[in-house]
Design a protein around this ligand. Sequence first.
Ligand code: AP5
Length: 216
Amino acid sequence: MRLVLVGPPGAGKGTQAQFLASHYSIPHISTGDIFRANLKDGTALGIQAKGFMDRGELVPDSVTNEMVRDRLTKDDLSNGFLLDGFPRNVAQAEVLRAILAERKTPLSAVLELAVDTAEIILRLSGRRVCRNCGKVWHVEFDKPADPTKCDICQGELYQREDDKEEVITRRLEVYQEQTAPIIAFYRTEGLLITISATGSVSDITERAITALSRVQ
Ligand code: AP5
């Protein structure tokens, strides 16, 4: 299964990716997570990405494409992969198509998670992340016992810089302007599957697996 997960910020891509990656035994490749891990480690890549991420803008394609190209050369992809957060514009989608064509491993499907804007704002503004293990929580929908600590490792919970209200607005604009056009791109390629991403996390996972059962 070679899968791309697409949807607006806060649609639940990271949440669903964990379950889908485990179901299909494939690695979850999140460009946002790779940038954040680099930032935590203080690498040049992380420092370069930070300003763009904090403003809710896309990191330049030259940086992002090379990072993904490099990740797709690793030897853990024999069962496929689940890309989350890439591609994010049509130019990236074309680069991905070319990389996969070189390897003769085209995409199996592109799964779009559809959620309305009011729900997205609730999800993003209430998201908290563990500084230690990276587990994602929500102040209302997935509460830890202590609102300041991770239930799993007791790490400190923080709010992502880009989950502040003014940045959320910009991320949603960037999604509409730059990322939404890839939906039409993949529809034309015959790869697009859209599901509603409203409801419980487990219902959405089930919906996704049912929808994907026809592409394997
Ligand atoms: P990235 O990390 O990819 O951010 P995003 O796409 O904006 O997605 P999010 O991580 O915000 O949301 P999600 O859909 O994963 O939702 P989640 O599952 O956490 O990218 C960050 C930045 O990196 C970009 O802005 C850009 O600067 C840069 N970047 C990354 N990729 C790039 C690229 N290809 N090119 C250029 N730049 C790039 O869920 C959200 C919350 O909702 C959580 O609290 C969760 O608990 C809760 N939740 C989830 N599901 C449900 C549910 N069913 N019901 C109730 N609550 C739920």
